[in-house]
Design a protein. Sequence first.
Length: 202
Amino acid sequence: MPQILKDETRNAIVQAALTVFAQKGFRDTSMQDVSRLAGLSAGNIYRYFPDKRALYAAALPPALMEELQATLDRKIASWEGMPLSTDPKANAGEIGFRLELIDLLVHNRLQWIVLLRDGKPDALTERLSSFFERWLGSVRTATVLDEKRRTTVRLLYRNLITLISSVLGENQDPSALREALDNCIDYHMAGLAAVMEKWRKE
């Protein structure tokens, strides 16, 4: 008689895996860790997932990064040709983007902790840096990004990602997390605006 796999059990395993991955990272997580937290036997876990990598793939679908890219694309569309400002009220598109980005981070907190812990910072840094260059190309500015300036932009976004990763790990309350993430974006925008002003004067 074929075994009957239950969606409820599968979801419980995935949620337990996310929690452990967020705490220990992929390398240091064992299937036994997941089974203990899920309240299931290790054998039962293997009925749903053949190995840890398959469980990781189920817990962190590629759609998450695709959703971020779509959010960045909407950001570019809303900011095309707009000057950089540290005041989100200066552009309605900025308000909408902040809400979208913060929602994406809050609603998928554990997933982002794992992604940012297990090697995705570099990929995300490149995506954000690429977004900045695309935005820069849409505005009328004499600023040119040579390799030295590109490195500075990448460092600024890498620092933002590191800060966001820390905030996600330290805040579980959604309201407190939203406020902290908003502050992170303010801090980043102020730094980016200062660097852009310096480059403008050079």
